[in-house]
Design a protein around this ligand. Structure first.
Ligand SMILES: [Zn+2]
Ligand SMILES: [Zn+2]
Length: 722
């Protein structure tokens, strides 16, 4: 519809035309208000459209989607003669509720984005493209597809309803029973479910969901990655065959995403499983939020509005007075501090612990394979060109003989992280990034994992012509090659980002492992998460040390979580649990992180990390924001931040507890020929930091309106890595 053509007479509310405030997407601080006034067409009658109603409005020469927003005061309203009418109303769709709008408003404020921009980013793209008639069709289709997708035929449903006996449920362990009892006693609030892998956290989620569903409520379950949704989906589907369940994640096509979103928004679906984007789903009868693996960094969005879905889930729970269940074997230190009673912690969350595996399965024994000591005994030459130490190789052979599976964890894909010329010192750097290009032997390429730049491997050194260029270090491809030579009788599989590029390939490869077609699986962290390998009795981390001395203060926390999670892949079958082992091949066998891991002592690890964080003034004891800038040259990127810092200092009141750190080049300084710089802002008080950002950032925008040397800048509140 062309809005400029259809002269619609404005409606009257007791004689006066009805103003409708509409939230539209405009870049923040663009100088134009995001909530614009429109006139309500007369044919909609005298009642003002409810806030949260989806509408289309003329904006300049375009027609854009907007949301009817809260009424503003009449004071600054433009005269009626200057207002344009709404172009279209989508009345088929129930308005987005108050709670949803409050969540959006909060998230926009907290993460320093414009509410309209955020709203349009989190609503399904197709919702903004379809007109009223098309939408009506989608809703009809939704009803058809939902009745068709009901796994039980009609007569079976009747039968199930008439039967007295409920479906048989697995017996609860004493710890599960106790946790559920405590959950029942607290109908709202945030709970940390701290359970070791295999302790049966999913069963607790299922029971908590069952309670909410029986009250006629909806349940939202968040998982860190798409490839983990199908597994959890299968368990929920088996448990609740008569409930409608949908998913939301980036792997859906736009029509699927709209369909699932509509199912949740209209209340047709009771269960929603999804990745971080699902935290913004509209769920009018929401009664429970579960965040599985709450510590996982992928809950933090890394572009646009850099929100943390975990943190927003907690906020949403408070807003709607409903329980939020955060589950993890290795909680984030933020959550741990919140769930630790005062005075040591903040005591904001309830902490529920499950320390035992189901069916008395033991936790795998953690063995540290001390490479330093091995070399002291046998000389460094003994390890030369060996991907694993002889003792580990023997352990793999033992598994092979018993028909059991092993997992070798190496968090580095490709053949070798760099190629090197011994005669002149040339290395395979990326011409566009401050990074090495990785040698992939299978397709003979040198590939940059940051910008994607790829070339065929040169036959001789591009600098001196020496044909003897050599791979340095080891990635999963090389580990696979070397291990195949050492264990020719073993069937070796490899799962990493390179082997799972095409849709469905990960599922196929995982299925092969489950069927027992693989003896030794080599994989990056993507196989360490969530997958339930029943026949696996050995997990070995081949090169975990590289993360021990990272400059990122969260690296030890991540490493500990990854290794614990990987260890959890072994011994899932209680009969094999007793001889399940996790091996860590290390040059630093006395490192406290490994010792805590060996004792399966998350609490000791968390305690020591929190002491360090407090001493260093780092989160969770302080709050951080990171201002990032990108430019064609580093001087411009840094210059922008220096100017921003000057502006900030002029704004800072005396005695405010807030610190600005000097601008520095980013850890990865150049990516795809763009220079990156960053500046850290720190305060012990969240509110102080928030108030300051809200004053400073609009000024920064105004002050740089005509700046062309800086390509992009953005603020990241609660950054995951600095
Ligand atoms: Zn050379
Ligand atoms: Zn590159």
């Amino acid at each position: 519809m062309d809005p400029t053509q259809a002269p619609i007479s404005p409606a009257n509310e007791g004689g006066a035309p009805i103003h409708v405030p509409v939230l539209v997407a405009l870049p923040r601080h663009s100088g134009v208000e995001e909530v614009l006034d429109y006139l309500q067409p007369a044919e909609l009658g005298p009642r003002r459209l409810a806030p949260g109603t989806l509408v289309r409005v003329p904006l300049g020469r375009r027609v854009v989607t907007g949301l009817v927003w809260q009424s503003t005061t009449d004071a600054n309203r433009p005269p009626v003669s200057e207002l344009r009418s709404l172009a279209e109303v989508l009345p088929q769709l129930p308005p987005l509720q108050d709670a949803w709008r409050s969540l959006l408003q909060f998230a926009a404020g907290y993460y320093q984005r414009a509410p309209g921009e955020l709203a349009m980013a989190v609503l399904p793209a197709q919702l903004k493209e379809l007109d009223g008639i098309q939408l009506q069709r989608r809703l009809k289709k939704l009803d058809r597809s939902l009745s068709a997708s009901n796994p039980l035929p009609a007569h079976a449903v009747v039968q199930a309803e008439s039967a007295d006996a409920p479906p048989a449920l697995p017996a609860l362990s004493p710890q599960q029973a106790q946790v559920l009892e405590e959950l029942n006693r607290s109908p709202s609030g945030t709970c940390l479910l701290h359970g070791v892998t295999g302790s049966g956290k999913t069963e607790v989620y299922l029971r908590a969901a069952e309670a909410a569903l029986s009250r006629g409520q909806q349940v939202l379950v968040l998982v860190p990655e798409i490839n983990l949704t199908p597994q959890l989906e299968a368990r929920f589907a088996a448990r609740f065959p008569r409930q409608r369940m949908v998913s939301l994640h980036s792997g859906l096509t736009p029509p699927q995403r709209l369909q699932n979103w509509l199912a949740a928004h209209t209340g047709r679906a009771e269960l929603l499983l999804g990745t971080r984007m699902a935290v913004f789903a509209s769920l009018p009868r929401l009664g429970l939020i579960v965040v599985d693996e709450e510590h996982d960094p992928s809950y933090k969005q890394q572009e646009g509005a850099r929100y943390s879905a975990r943190d927003l889930a907690v906020y949403r729970g408070r807003l709607e007075s409903l329980p939020v269940l955060l589950g993890s074997a290795t909680p984030s230190l933020e959550t741990w501090l919140n769930a630790t009673p005062a005075p040591a912690g903040l005591g904001r969350y309830q902490r529920l612990a499950m320390s035992q595996r189901i069916g008395d399965g033991a936790l795998p024994r953690v063995r540290l394979l001390d490479l330093e000591r091995y070399c002291a005994q046998h000389g460094r030459q003994a390890l030369r060109d060996k991907p694993v130490a002889p003792a580990l190789l023997q352990a793999l052979r033992d598994r092979l003989e018993r028909g059991e599976q092993s997992l070798l964890l190496l968090n580095r894909r490709g053949y070798a992280p760099v190629l090197h010329c011994p005669s002149c010192g040339w290395k395979s750097g990326c011409p566009h990034c401050s990074a090495w290009r990785v040698f992939h032997k299978l397709d003979r390429s040198l590939r940059c994992h940051h910008c994607g730049f790829s070339e065929r491997v040169p036959l001789r050194c591009p600098q001196c012509g020496d044909p003897d260029i050599q791979p340095v270090g080891r990635g999963t491809e090389r580990l696979e090659e070397q291990l195949s030579a050492l264990l020719p009788e073993a069937r070796i599989g490899r799962i990493d980002a390179d082997t799972t590029r095409t849709r469905g390939s990960l599922e196929t490869q995982l299925a092969a492992v489950h069927e027992g077609a693989v003896d030794v699986l080599i994989g990056t962290q993507m196989v360490a998460k969530g997958h339930d390998f029943r026949r696996m009795t050995l997990v070995a981390a081949v090169n975990a040390d590289s993360a021990l001395f990272s400059s990122d203060f969260r690296a030890p926390e991540r490493l500990f979580a990854l290794l614990m999670q990987a260890a959890g892949r072994a011994g899932r079958d209680a009969r094999q649990a007793a001889r399940s082992e996790m091996w860590i091949q290390t040059w630093h066998a006395a490192h406290p992180l490994y010792l805590a891991l060996q004792a399966h002592d998350y609490e000791a690890f968390a305690r020591s990390q929190l002491l360090e964080r407090r001493a260093a003034g780092l989160p969770p004891y302080t709050c951080l924001a990171l201002l990032r800038s990108e430019a064609r040259d580093q001087a411009a990127a840094l210059g922008f931040l220096q100017k921003a810092a000057m502006q900030a200092r002029a704004l800072l009141p005396q005695g405010i507890e807030l610190q600005l750190y000097p601008p520095v080049p980013a850890a990865l300084q150049r990516v795809a020929n763009v220079e990156r710089a960053q500046m850290l802002i720190e305060s012990p008080h969240r509110a102080v930091l928030q108030r300051f950002l809200a004053v400073w950032l609009p000024r920064l925008q105004e002050g740089n309106a005509g700046e062309t040397r800086v390509l992009r800048w953005a603020v990241d509140v609660d950054p995951q890595s600095i």
